[in-house]
Ligand binder design. Structure first.
Ligand SMILES: [Zn+2]
Length: 132
């Protein structure tokens, strides 16, 4: 169970890290934060590249950092952008690998937060359970 306090903390972490985004091509800065079972929070930003195709989203940056640190389960995710944008399809799929129907908090630059869930964003998803 994710508390309201944890959700507020998660959004704040995503918005705080957003300034570290490397987005010289799109200027679409994204910060993400994920909540882990031990209560810790890991952040990520989008990292663009001159080749464009090798750019990485903030959400996947955070997930890959968490897995690197030994985590395999995600309890919630927050994303902070100028306009409250939602995770792309690739990030939804990567999140599904480590999460169930978790809260997804979408914040814009004004601090307005829309809450949805991962299964709402990726219905009829394909996950690890389909390979058993
Ligand atoms: Zn993405």
């Amino acid at each position: 169970m994710v508390t309201e306090g944890q959700k507020v903390e998660l959004v704040a972490a995503a918005c705080a890290v957003r300034s570290n985004s490397y987005a010289p091509y799109s200027n679409y800065r994204v910060g993400a934060a994920i909540l882990l079972p031990d209560g810790s929070v890991i952040t990520g930003v989008n990292v663009e590249n001159a080749s464009y195709g090798l750019s990485n989203c903030a959400e996947r940056t955070a997930v890959f950092k968490a897995v690197t640190d030994g985590y395999k389960e995600i309890l919630a995710v927050a994303v902070c952008t100028d306009n409250g944008g939602s995770p792309c399809g690739a990030c939804r799929q990567v999140l599904i690998e480590f999460a169930g129907d978790i809260p997804v908090l979408l914040s814009n630059a004004k601090g307005e937060v829309q809450e949805t869930t991962l299964y709402s964003l990726l219905p009829a998803h394909f996950g690890p359970e389909h390979l058993d």
